[in-house]
Design a protein around this ligand. Structure first.
Ligand code: PLP
Length: 284
């Protein structure tokens, strides 16, 4: 059984135990990060640790570790799993306490990190795109926190799956926010649109990479929300996330998006993204 990190110790996953009174278990009171590891190096580590800090601050949980200490823990865990590309999952909860909505005093957060083998992005998705459906964004107003309370996201993703789609694109007050497990983009007349950072979306690390790659390549991109009614006119739709990268959405609610095949703007961004993945080896 592979090793995980729990509260300061590297131990076999089947020996790692958390109390039933942990507030993560009882309330979903905690935050998490998912960090891709290519060839032994975290991709955009500093950005992930910064977002973790923001999630903890917004949740009023004290970060148990310094950035340096997080780096040491993650590097050690990576070194214990030398089998190809990995995905680190790290979670910090408010800790173990008698059940009470009010925060406990003097309770140490619970820290858990595991590494799993990365599943390669499906060639089929890259060649033909994925299908998505639109659903009402039924989540809360603080989607900028990477909260472990993911029941709304699970319900939305399952609804997409039940209808034969890979992702749900979420609509709030008539505008596209993001996907149930991804950020979202629309290309209209050569301009890439993606919803601006706010409590309505998770500030995706992949989204930051996409924005910087597009702007550097001179591809127009604006952080503006797209109205739901414009989605049917979009030449291209995409999603992005750390594990699935940037994926073209070629069918929306059963209808073709653009030509029905991955578009040229996506192809360019994917090429730039693959390059960025292969050259960034400083864990920055
Ligand atoms: C709701 C939601 N939005 C966006 C993202 C993309 O974030 P990142 O690019 O940091 O993986 C995710 C990833 O899991 C997500 O769950």
């Amino acid at each position: 059984m592979s090793d995980v990190f729990l509260n300061g110790k590297f131990i076999a996953a089947d020996k790692a135990k958390v109390s039933v009174l942990d507030r993560g278990f009882v309330f979903g009171d905690g935050v998490y990060e998912v960090i891709p590891v290519y060839d032994g190096h975290c991709f955009k580590l500093k950005s992930h640790l910064k977002r973790l800090q923001n999630s903890l601050d917004e949740s009023r949980i004290v970060n148990p570790y310094s950035e340096k200490h997080w780096e040491t823990v993650l590097k050690k865990l990576i070194s214990l799993h030398l089998d190809g590309d990995q995905v680190l999952y790290l979670q910090v909860t408010r800790g173990v306490a008698v059940r009470d909505h009010v925060f406990p005093e003097n309770t140490a957060p619970t820290v858990f990190v595991m590494s799993n083998m990365m599943q390669a992005v499906s060639e089929e998705y890259k060649a033909n795109g994925i299908s998505a459906i639109t659903l009402k964004d039924s989540r809360w107003q603080k989607c900028n926190i990477k909260s472990i309370s993911l029941l709304p996201n699970c319900l939305l993703k399952q609804k997409a799956k039940d209808s034969g789609a890979e992702e749900a694109l979420l609509i709030s007050d008539g505008f596209l926010t993001e996907g149930s497990t991804s950020n979202a983009y629309a290309v209209l007349d050569g301009v890439i649109y993606t919803a601006p950072k706010s409590g309505k979306i998770l500030p995706g690390i992949t989204r930051d990479v996409v924005i910087s790659l597009a702007l550097k390549a001179g591809i127009p991109l604006v952080e503006e929300p797209v109205a739901e009614f414009k989605l049917t006119d979009a030449d291209e739709l995409w999603t992005s996330s750390s594990t699935k990268e940037v994926l073209p959405v070629t069918r929306l609610n059963g209808e073709k998006v653009g030509t029905g095949l991955p578009g040229p703007v996506w192809q360019k961004i994917d090429e730039l993204y693959q390059h960025a993945k292969s050259v960034e080896r400083n864990d920055g």
